[in-house]
Ligand binder design. Structure first.
Ligand SMILES: NC(=O)c1ccc[n+]([C@@H]2O[C@H](COP(=O)([O-])OP(=O)(O)OC[C@H]3O[C@@H](n4cnc5c(N)ncnc54)[C@H](O)[C@@H]3O)[C@@H](O)[C@H]2O)c1
Ligand SMILES: O=C(O)C(=O)C[C@]1(C(=O)O)C=C[C@@H](O)C=C1
Length: 309
């Protein structure tokens, strides 16, 4: 694979950045990688592991001379990072991000970018419940969707180059409108995380009553269902605070469905329950058969945990 960028700068060196860096190196997609992270501990790990060619103390230093800048920080930090790097971006550079919410990132970042750069927001639909610079792996994006969210005025050559870059890492690239992205992702990712976090909270409450029997006897269902509740709290706090309307809309629908099931259980309406589970099982099986059941393969990383950020 040919080098698509001369110097790629990463702001934030956690799961997504470190996975991208491993994939970029494996596929020879960039000549040089610079990076920075807020915490000194993460920067020290990046130096020790030779994650980047150059690790800088500030984001402003990291982006100097870069033709691609990738913002890999929590959603709530995107605006401040953009403000810091704005005056230091090279003319013609592309700036992208990997945030799980798109409209809020576009609104936070765009005002700080000079006219001489191209902003092409992005979102890899791939991840794990682990965080930090040692949690990444090169295969993370293989056969996973990568959504690009350019607007009508975005330079098409910059979009095409970024598309080739992600395809070089094995991703399936599609373009999407920001608001549509934010609604779809509530259903496929954000609400499931919230519900998983809630279920663990319920189990914890119950655990206090039953002297930790819930944890002791936690069966496959609970474990499978709540894996994602081990995810980073800062990341998910920021997702929900920055995708409020779509989240509340889908949670409203979820609650209605839950109440309907609750009523069927209370009234002994077995037919309703059976019909509901038959329909939803068919949908879930359809997802598997269509090859969309791309739960992140473990690649032996389950035991690997980096620092908190
Ligand atoms: N984890 C996932 O499954 C996943 C998947 C797709 C997209 N994303 C998105 O990718 C982004 C990064 O997530 P991650 O999982 O790599 O996180 P992570 O916690 O592994 O890494 C975050 C990095 O950002 C840095 N950081 C945190 N706050 C900062 C601040 N205020 N200023 C500068 N740097 C700061 C940390 O030092 C760390 O290096 C998030 O926006 C998230 O929504 C995550
Ligand atoms: O597999 C996981 O652990 C994830 O949570 C990954 C996941 C998802 O929900 O699919 C989480 C957040 C993203 O923005 C993209 C991917």
């Amino acid at each position: 694979m040919s080098q698509l960028y001369k110097r790629v700068a990463f702001i934030g060196l956690g799961l997504i950045a470190s996975s991208m860096i491993h994939a970029i190196r494996r596929h020879g997609l960039a000549a040089e990688i610079t990076g920075t992270a807020r915490s000194a501990e993460t920067r020290a790990i990046a130096v020790e592991d030779k994650l980047c060619d150059i690790v800088t103390e500030t984001a402003a230093e990291a982006v100097a001379g870069a033709d691609l800048v990738v913002l890999c920080v929590p959603i709530g930090a995107m605006g401040a990072v953009a403000e810091e790097i704005g005056p230091h971006l090279a003319p013609g550079a592309t700036v992208t991000d990997v945030g799980s919410v798109k409209r809020a990132v576009i609104e936070a970042v765009t005002p700080h970018l000079p006219a001489h750069v191209h902003f092409v927001p992005g979102h890899p639909i791939a991840g794990t419940e682990h965080s930090g610079p040692r949690s990444g792996f090169a295969e993370l994006f293989e056969n996973r969707y990568l959504l690009l969210v350019p607007d009508a005025g975005t330079d098409r050559a910059a979009v095409a180059r970024l598309r080739a870059f992600w395809e070089g890492m094995g991703a399936l690239v599609e373009e999407m409108d920001a608001d549509h992205h934010d609604l779809v992702l509530v259903v496929t990712s954000h609400a499931p995380h919230l519900i998983a976090y809630t279920m663990v909270g319920v189990a914890d409450d119950l655990g206090r009553v039953t002297d930790s029997e819930v944890i002791k006897y936690s069966a496959a269902g609970f474990r499978d269902f709540t894996r994602i509740a081990a995810s980073d709290p800062t990341m998910w706090r920021d997702v929900f605070l920055n995708n409020k309307e779509a989240t509340l809309e889908i949670l409203g629908r979820f609650t209605e469905e839950l109440f309907a099931l609750q009523r069927a259980i209370r009234t002994g309406d077995g037919a309703m329950l059976h019909d509901y589970f038959t329909r939803t099982r068919a949908i879930r099986r359809g997802i598997v058969e269509a090859g969309q059941d791309t739960a992140a393969p473990d690649f032996g990383r389950a035991a690997v945990k980096g620092p908190a950020e």
